[in-house]
Design a protein around this ligand. Structure first.
Ligand code: FAD
Length: 393
């Protein structure tokens, strides 16, 4: 068994780290405080070809897999962007480019993939609704057939990155949830041109004030008699669940990678302070009460990374990866939270000062235990699908 990262992934690590070396923690602090997209980093990622990492070479990308995308996300996150990088980086190279590469029609791929690879266009992913988050199959946004078109009505919540997106992967029902047999039937994913839908007055959005990850706004989205052609279906009519699984497993792996990077930066910050800060005439890190939580976090990070890379490798090799993706996401999010909490405690009163980064790291780490899937739902999956325990719902 070979545990070394393939050269392709090591090259990604080096390339992204090189860009990140020009943007320190203070840069990410400013982006968060000013609620602004990290334009400079984004431009460098585009220029270096890193946005097309998982786009097939024939469409102008690097033809790499989920493992390389995960390593890129982790590296970006570990550089200081922490949880925010999930939204900065993953929305377009992950949700958009990877999904289109697997499920797009020949026309969709030819039109969109080259532009996704260069960053000329961006994507967002719209699944969650006010009454359907964990129970995503219960969505009610409906696409009604009208001649050769579909007319969509509904409401979405928490949709991140709508402001910059040219295209939205919009998850709808084409068979109402109550009538779908099995429950996964009757889902259809549409590619919606956001600026056009907004200009036509058929789609509007409103940012939700949030406690972190403010480099990318998350929004309420309202869809009102939005007309889309059948050619905008991504994948097959009524069989959108197949597309959805290919978004949701990579999403768990990539946001797990982002959490892992967040854990690394929190640990680094905590260890740095534990070495510098002297109380009772010695560095606080010499107290086991400070050192052990940090050491525990180090162990959790290493364990989570093994599972995360295994999950990504399984996906790239078309092997079942749902159990691995769920376990990796759980482990990485918990590592991120413990790391941020340990760094916070290590900083004593200064943790509460916004002059130090640990409050931001704590807020970013907290998202991972909720989105894109809650810890409880991950545990439900492991309990029922891996251990075979009876379902409670
Ligand atoms: C910052 C942020 C960005 C996001 N970005 C996007 C995005 O871009 N696109 C998108 O589609 N969505 C996005 N989401 C939404 C996210 O995926 C959902 O918030 C998440 O899936 C949880 O759904 P919910 O908020 O409706 O919680 P609910 O489903 O209402 O759950 C509430 C609580 O009940 C628990 N619970 C529910 N059922 C069970 C059960 N059977 N057993 C045990 N516990 C249970 C949950 O675990 C949770 O703790 C984002 C969310 C956040 C916070």
């Amino acid at each position: 068994m070979d545990f070394s990262l393939p050269e392709s992934a090591q090259a990604v690590q080096r390339g992204i780290a090189d860009i990140c070396s020009r943007y320190d923690m203070a840069y990410w602090e400013r982006c968060e405080a000013e609620k602004r997209w990290p334009e400079e980093v984004w431009a460098e990622l585009a220029k270096g070809g890193w946005l097309g990492l998982a786009v097939p070479e024939e469409y102008g990308g690097a033809g790499q897999g989920l493992l390389e995308l995960a390593v890129a996300t982790e590296t970006l996150s570990a550089s200081g962007s922490a949880g925010g990088s999930a939204f900065t980086y993953v929305l377009t190279p992950g949700f958009g480019a990877m999904t289109l590469s697997r499920h797009g029609s020949a026309e969709q791929k030819a039109e969109l993939l080259p532009k996704l690879a260069t960053g000329e266009i961006e994507t967002c992913f719209a699944l969650t609704e006010p009454d359907a988050g964990s129970n995503s199959l219960a969505i009610s946004t409906f696409a009604r057939r009208d001649g050769s078109d579909y007319v969509v009505n509904g409401q979405k919540i928490w949709i991140t990155g709508v402001q910059r997106a040219t295209w939205m992967l919009l998850v709808t029902r084409t068979i109402p949830a109550a009538e779908a047999r099995p429950r996964t039937a009757g889902m259809t994913v549409f590619l919606v041109n956001v600026p056009e839908a907004v200009a036509a007055g058929r789609l509007s959005y409103r940012p939700i004030p949030k406690m972190g990850a403010n480099t990318t706004p998350s929004n309420m989205v309202f869809i009102d008699d939005l007309r889309v052609p059948a050619s905008a279906i991504l994948g097959e009519l009524d069989a959108g669940a197949a597309v959805l699984w290919d978004v949701l497993n990579p999403e768990r792996i990539l946001l797990g990678a982002s959490a892992l990077g967040g854990a690394e930066v929190a640990l680094r910050t905590g260890v740095g302070y534990a070495k510098e800060r002297e109380v009772f005439g010695r560095p606080i890190g010499s107290n086991q009460a400070i050192a052990f939580p940090l050491a525990q976090v180090k162990a959790r990070i290493e364990l989570a990374r093994l599972m995360l890379y295994k999950a990504a490798w399984s996906f790239d090799n078309n092997l079942p990866c749902a159990a691995e993706a769920n376990i990796a996401k759980l482990a990485a999010s918990q590592a991120a939270w413990e790391a941020a909490d340990a760094a916070f405690q290590t900083h004593g009163g200064m943790a509460y000062s916004l002059e130090y980064p640990v409050a931001r790291l704590l807020a970013d780490a907290r998202i991972g235990r909720i989105a894109p899937v809650t810890e409880e739902l991950l545990l439900n999956y492991i309990a029922t699908q891996v251990l075979g325990l009876p379902r409670s719902f």
